[in-house]
Design a protein around this ligand. Structure first.
Ligand code: NAP
Ligand code: G4F
Length: 339
């Protein structure tokens, strides 16, 4: 029997890959999108199906995480078997500027969904997009049993959502899981996250469209994997017999400086000729070193990463080099928007 899923955040990096995966598996997919003054569906435009035609399996609905009654109405109407809650204010640096908004969307948004599921008595499975950012300063490697030490409003909001997910599982028996995903990237990554910013700048500099790239802390270390593989892990978590929480990571660690070298060398450039420090990209608190231990995901889900950071850097730079030169500048460094 084909399943129905609801994806919040379907217009984001992960939402777009997850929608592809679920459609390929025969699911009917409903996506929550924010109303904006311009189209914000670029990442899923290739999946668009005319809703007037028979056989359509992708449906988009306006809604916002701030609007609990709308979420409840949609859940009641769609009756999804699986809910993948990916929507969030997901930028760590921005969360220091907008802590209240981040708490309301990234934190309370999860509660609004869980409470709607509970009050409707909906027999669905729920995925919460938890984050390695919750580990903060906890020494690596971090696993499901590592104590959280959040270092940003974003991390604190995600940690609240993590515990609400566990609470609704324990208190009400909802099949609710936390995927604690370490950084995962792709050519669809938002342009203000550091990997995309670097890959994009390398291609633009190679094409002569940009001279300088401004960055903040180059010493921070991250465990960077490939997003299309990570959405597979989300799906696997909801196919298990019992709900549980899982770390998803590559188990490898590279600094921002390392990623810079990987991208610029692949584009045939010397990064030192083009990169400048800009303190606006520093955070009031930094997370120094994230490296995940995904042994449980491998053991229980059979999930293993295939693409590691050096190949990821090549994939991202190649995609930028292949892309046509954009009409607008785009990079936050170019237009001067902080961070
Ligand atoms: P992303 O590209 O920033 O996408 C975020 C999505 O949330 C977008 O579709 C966005 O809509 C939507 N959204 C934001 N605020 C909303 C609101 N108030 N109401 C409704 N929708 C809203 O994030 P991502 O990289 O795909 O990550 C997906 C999830 O995993 C996020 O929750 C993120 O925090 C978490 N996570 C990501 C990583 C990672 O490395 N990528 C690691 C761990 C956890 P618009 O398109 O309209 O902006
Ligand atoms: O690319 P970033 O902004 O990702 P960050 O902060 O690790 O957060 C991402 O991963 C989390 C998982 O751990 C997700 F939960 C979250 O939603 C998001 O997807 O920054 C990575 C590192 C940081 O240490 C930052 O200080 O890069 C450093 N950095 C240095 N210069 C920069 C810059 N980050 C950004 N965004 N822009 C810079 O110019």
């Amino acid at each position: 029997m084909p399943k129905t899923a609801l994806i919040t955040g379907i217009t984001g990096q992960d939402g777009s890959y997850l929608a592809e995966l679920l459609l390929a598996k025969g699911y009917t997919v409903h996506g929550l999108i924010r109303r904006a003054s311009a189209f914000n569906t670029q990442r899923i435009d290739h999946l668009y199906q005319d809703p007037h035609e028979a056989g359509t399996r992708l449906f988009l609905h306006y809604g916002d995480l701030a609007d609990g009654s709308r979420i409840s109405t949609l859940l009641k109407r769609i009756q999804p078997a699986e809910v993948y809650h990916l929507a969030a204010q997901s930028h760590v640096r921005v969360s220091f500027d907008e802590p209240e908004f981040t708490g309301s969307t990234t934190g309370l948004g999860t509660t609004r969904l869980l409470e709607a599921i509970r009050s409707l008595g909906l027999p669905c499975r729920f995925y919460q997009a938890s984050s390695s950012e919750m580990f903060g300063t906890a020494p690596p490697p971090q696993s499901e049993s590592t104590a959280f030490q959040p270092r940003s409003p974003y991390a604190a909001a995600k940690l609240y959502a993590y515990w609400m997910t566990r609470n609704y599982r324990e208190a009400y028996g909802i099949f609710a899981v936390n995927g604690i995903l370490f950084n995962h990237e792709s050519p669809r990554r938002g342009e203000t996250f550091v990997t995309r910013k670097i890959a994009r700048a390398a291609a633009r500099i190679a094409r002569g469209e940009q001279q300088l790239l401004h960055l903040g802390n180059l010493e921070a270390r991250r465990d960077w994997g490939y997003a299309p593989e990570y959405v597979e892990a989300m799906w696997l978590m909801l196919q298990q017999d019992a709900p549980d929480d899982y770390v998803v990571a590559t188990g490898t660690s590279y600094s921002v400086h390392d990623f810079l070298v990987l991208c610029f060398e692949h584009a045939g450039l010397d990064w030192q000729d083009h990169v400048r420090f800009d303190e606006r990209y520093l955070r009031p608190c930094e997370v120094p070193d994230l490296v995940g231990d995904a042994a449980k995901a491998e053991r229980r889900l059979g999930w293993r990463p295939q693409v590691l950071t050096p190949q990821l850097a090549r994939i991202m730079v190649d995609a930028e080099l292949a892309a046509a030169a954009p009409e607008r500048p785009g990079s936050d460094a170019v237009v001067g928007v902080a961070p």
